[in-house]
Design a protein around this ligand. Sequence first.
Ligand SMILES: [Mg+2]
Length: 304
Amino acid sequence: MGVCSTLRIPAIAFAAAPALPKRMQFGHKFAGKVEFSGSFAQRPAISHVLFDFDGTLSLIREGWPEVMVPMFVEMLPRIAEETDEQRRQLCYDDIMRLNGKQTIYQMIQLAERIKARGAEPKEPLWYKKEYLHRLGERIGSRIEDVRSGRKSREDFVVFGARAALCNLAARGARLYLASGTDEADVKREAELLHLSEFFGPHIYGAKDDYKSFSKKMVIERILRANSISGEQLLAFGDGYVEIENTKQVGGLAVAVASDEANNGAGRIDEWKRQRLLGVGADVVIPDYRDHEPLFDLIFGQGDA
Ligand SMILES: [Mg+2]
């Protein structure tokens, strides 16, 4: 891949790194935090790798909960005996439980909550449009900043992700991208960040006909179209849907518990970590700084 041969991996993977913590769990190989759950085992047969987009590779939509949560709180009718904090927590939990699925499912959930409180909700699609409008106000300037060159696209790529993609491509893995964000937006943002070339035609996102797409369907299609078993699938995600779907077919799931507001800090987002371990993640990483030793281990080229 052209982009990889010209990529100066150390510059991208480590230049912005602060003093790296010495903490590690598997011998001396890792520069940052890499956590393994009891289910981890090497998978030399891995041939296909699936990535989520937002929070896993891209930070263009970083901070989206700060738009969605207040909108839910604003739209949800009040009930007596409920504190503001309880309302916010209810909305937050609904949103995060569905993180990784298409946005419309979060809006369906909101409409159901509104109805359960005795009010008449609007169509879920109305809420989705309103949310995307509000989010657009937050992220529109980022897209412009990258497009115009005012900001580096690397500011919006999860730390080390580009080098990790090159690494996987060099190992011969076939790469797939599946996102709950609308497909046209995912393609546009992957293009903007120069990530689309890693995935070729295999970039999938939400469709207007929302029942025609899910990450589960993408996974099933990968297995069927390539006549492979789940054993050969590796997936990276920061949402619980992709981790759970991967584990359901017997794949290896790496949770990217990225601290999106502090890219490159190497900190694990504890909320994501808990959720993703809870649905069976085999490995937890904050970003991709340790892609080389980690992939050596996964593909059976390092000692476990
Ligand atoms: Mg995500």
